[in-house]
Design a protein around this ligand. Sequence first.
Ligand code: 13P
Ligand code: SF4
Length: 308
Amino acid sequence: MDNAVNKEDIKIKQEIVKSLLKKKNAILLAHNYQRDEIQEIADFQGDSLELSIKANKTGAEIIVFCGVKFMAESAAIMNPDKTVILPNENAGCPMVDMITAKDIINLKKAHPGAPVVAYVNTSAECKAVSDICCTSANAVKIVNSLRSEKVIMVPDKNLGSYVQRFTDKEVISWPGYCPPHKMTTPEDVKVLKDKYPGAVFVAHPESTPPTIDAADHVSSTSGMYKFVRESKAKYFIIGTERGIMYRMFKENPDKIFIPSNKRLVCPNMKKTHLDDIIGSLENMDNIIKIPESVRINARKSIENMLAL
Ligand code: 13P
Ligand code: SF4
């Protein structure tokens, strides 16, 4: 398909999605890593924290969640009276699969009294056996709000080690990680900084500790938008999934954004296409269902986070 035809095709599909959303009283939420054509028509885009807050507040009957499964699950946990659709049911997160609820129960036994902080990148079952959730935007705040001197953080060892830099508490981390964020190395950053003198390197807390050491700024995806908007720099090396650049380019036409590593792409975030949204809304399938016993306990962990 040539470019012009492809663009026309996208436009037609976007219009179909918009009219289906209207007809069904549905809202489309999109994570900052989603494909450009989905971000373009989303009712709301954001990082994991903003999306969970938004999902909690919407008056729509149906939430179409364009992100990965754990995000749609969080929306379903908070909104039992609404229908939550994950347009492509295969959009998962490998980090989520790196820990089970049983692993968390064993960690609790090994460290009695230490609260479990579950990154939102966990299954509903894992959230149900944890004490409080966190996202990359609020992890430091959540850990520092806890009374205990020892805290268990699951499943991301990199987020755990990032938080450890900002707390006197002992952080016990599970050895999970995000495969795409692991791609960027300090060597990549050095090569790009040599090529673009004065460039500012922005990293996500899911990056490895040596990459965090090389960063000029570390934040969640939405924190990055704010940082680049307010910074006086011209060149930015972006250490997170490339989908984030859609809005960065749009909001800052005079600034230059360079991916820290061309392989830093999350294949799961790219699984959702306009066709998936159309198909799932037309057929009302790919609806997220969570057993009530799990949902009630998982909800407590998310609510504890949102209360802060
Ligand atoms: P945030 O958008 O919350 O920074 O999360 C990034 C991410 O990797 C989600 O899976
Ligand atoms: Fe999971 Fe990493 Fe993809 Fe986020 S970027 S969904 S943590 S694999």
